[in-house]
Ligand binder design. Sequence first.
Ligand code: NAD
Length: 492
Amino acid sequence: ALGGVGWIGYGVYQDRHPEPQIEADPTKKTLVILGTGWGSVSLLKRLDTENYNVIVISPRNYFLFTPLLPSCTTGTIEHRSIMEPIRTILRHKRANVKFYEAEASSIDPDRKVVRVIDNSEVKGATVETEVPYDMLVIGVGAENATFGIPGVRENSCFLKEIADAQLIRKKIMDCVETAAFKDQSPEEIDRLLHMVVVGGGPTGVEFAGELQDFFEEDIKKLIPDISDRFRVTLIEALPNVLPSFSKQLIEYTESTFKEEKIDIKTKTMVKKVTDKTVEAEITGPDGKKEKVVFPYGLLVWATGNAVRPVVKDLMARIPAQKDSRRGLAVNEYLVVQGTRDIWAVGDCAVAGYAPTAQVAGQEGTFLARLFNNMAKTEALEENIRDLSGSLNLKPGNAAEVSREIEDNERQLRRIKDVKPFHYSHQGSLAYIGSEKAVADVSWFNGNFASGGSLTYLFWRSAYLSMCFSTRNRLLVINDWLKSKLFGRDVSR
Ligand code: NAD
């Protein structure tokens, strides 16, 4: 325990007392980084910022620890506990980094400039401008896929950003309070208390689990008169949920959901959404298709990713990106195909891996190593050039200078080759409600699949250790304790 306190104390001290920073050198190459998500922030964390003139641009001035976002929808975790201000992160870098809170609207690879717009509520005299770059890293992520299904954009909640989780939290209680309103008809109570989740990937599954917990542990106790009417339905187009997990864990999840009374509708494809209903097509065991209508109070749409407009626009400008559909095609060094000075990381890049936080994080870390090496290489090469030049000017020191050149060359040989990016999968984890989780983990080349309460403790400690800062970690522990002891806060 003493060790733990010491560790936390050290973390807190470090957070509050970063080393003094050196000014960025504007004569160095300008490295522009778009985004403040997993890819960009992992890059920033490891990047030696003194080697470049670094500029970060993102409409979001914080990093969001997305694995715990579903817990924010029910108040198990308060949203600020999983946000880390980018300013705090940048303050810990050795050399000063500029940050602009703005959205990149387009990228011109010929002129090497990024067009940026300030979309915030308070506007200054400059709202739109251009930022030139020598090197550009695109880590802007993706947007929510709706597949053009009518009514989805207007009527659903998504689960990607903090604002989405806050909206869901408000809407759940809005549905509950409206259902409990005097003289509400039974059909209307049923509709209002029917929570529909579309998409049986990890996002939909984790959210459905959290929602059922919230209801069982809190709402039911506080508003018992409507408690038998609350229902959660999870709709998935494929034959099973969590397609990326092993068969055993899929079965475990489905049976746990059955116990939790979450209704899973597989082979069910949503075709249309209105403000009160979801219309879908169910494929029966005989292959016959049947139309069904689900009245709902809350609809959460979690069917994966689509390409952002700024990325689409850039792809259209680069002939080599013509055949890429899901995002920017990159080579094994994460260089955007058809360019020399643009890299892409995370969900906006197509490198052959799933669009997960883990992949984005490793890509960012890889780029940091690559850029740190490139800077060292360039510095050594320049040094060698200078020394070779001085060899003729100062013949007296020839032996010493030659030795130094050799030394520089030796160092150069040692650092020159960075191996191509290789993703190392640490496993997948998902919370499935009622204090149970599933884990597909690879350890020592062996696979290990588990589900249950012990896995839940593993899930908790893994996510806790992955939190960005000591501050985040303390806040998350506090939230967990608070909701366990006093229940979740149901005020809107
Ligand atoms: P996803 O792409 O993993 O799943 C979306 C699901 O929606 C698919 O199974 C698809 O069949 C279904 N779907 C699509 N259109 C539909 C329709 N019209 N009707 C019914 N179902 C439809 O999306 P996600 O869950 O948001 O995850 C996105 C990425 O993030 C994935 O790579 C995922 O692995 C990762 N992720 C991981 C975790 C974790 O590991 N705990 C948590 C969240 C997200």
